[in-house]
Design a protein around this ligand. Structure first.
Ligand SMILES: [Zn+2]
Length: 273
């Protein structure tokens, strides 16, 4: 939830660009991998930046979001390039009355034909979170950080308990920043209704979810950079874990008692350790 005065379009585009650049800095968005969307529950006129308008069908009807808007990355676009050319790489979508269609506002410099093919999952997550929490702001970010994705190819790391106990033991702040841990969704076809449904379910109880053999998706109701931070915390834990696996598991990691003492000191409610 964001309090008034609400951020203006230019600020939002900058923050989205910075999140995209950070994902690129940590190698989580090679070429056109990754995508993002931001839900805006307050009126914003996009027409100076995005003057061209067309009607598009939405992946599912969202009548309760009528009149509200999304900034969405274009299919095939590079997250790292948003910061330099936000209007060319993003669309501004306003949901029509009835929720089955939307008005897609784009810039003359537009570099994509369609919005990201993962927008069905993004939209379903936004809708679910707005329904559950009434938030007026919601960011969803998908990236493919290599250590997290690699570990998801090892069967035991697809067990949520095992994954979280092993990744959240390397730095004291990880449990503070990811108290619900990382959710896991087994591999399903990218862009499929199955992936969408499983993602919505897991993001109810987590703020970041690992898509097995694919990547991660994170959400935030504060800022798109907060969602990026969650991906970075999780990827850092995965990098330590990978280092340890390749170093004959010589490191101890924080013990259960040590993690619990951190949680007691910082008043963190968690059920992982
Ligand atoms: Zn992907």
């Amino acid at each position: 939830m964001i309090e008034a005065p609400y951020p203006e379009l230019g600020e939002l585009l900058l923050l989205i660009g910075e999140a995209g650049r950070r994902m690129s800095d940590i190698d989580a968005t090679e070429a056109a991998a990754g995508n993002l969307s931001v839900y805006l529950g307050w009126p914003l006129d996009p027409r100076r930046t995005f003057p061209n308008i067309e009607t598009i069908p939405l992946p599912e009807a969202v009548p309760e979001l009528a009149g509200n808007a999304f900034l969405v990355s274009g299919a095939g676009r590079r997250l790292r390039e948003i910061i330099d050319h936000p209007a060319a790489n993003l669309g501004f979508l306003v949901v029509d009355e009835g929720g089955a269609t939307g008005q897609l506002h784009t810039a003359p410099s537009r570099l994509f034909e369609h919005l990201t093919s993962e927008f069905n999952s993004h939209l379903a997550v936004h809708r679910d979170q707005v329904r559950l929490t009434g938030t007026n702001f919601h960011a969803v970010l998908h990236a493919q950080p290599p250590h997290l994705t690699y570990l998801s190819h090892i069967p035991r790391y697809c067990d949520e308990k095992h994954l979280n106990r092993h990744l959240l033991r390397w730095q004291p702040e990880t449990i503070v920043n990811l108290p619900e841990g990382i959710g896991v969704v087994p591999f399903t076809l990218p862009g499929s209704p199955e992936l969408m449904a499983a993602t919505v379910r897991s993001l109810r109880t987590h703020r970041i979810v690992l898509w097995a053999k694919h990547g991660v998706i994170a959400r935030s109701d504060i800022s798109v950079k907060r969602a990026a931070d969650r991906i970075e915390y999780a990827e850092t834990g995965a990098r330590y874990e990978y280092m340890n696996l390749t170093n004959r598991e010589m490191a101890e990691g924080l013990s259960v008692e040590e993690v619990r003492s951190i949680c007691a000191a910082f008043n963190v409610q968690q059920a992982i350790f």
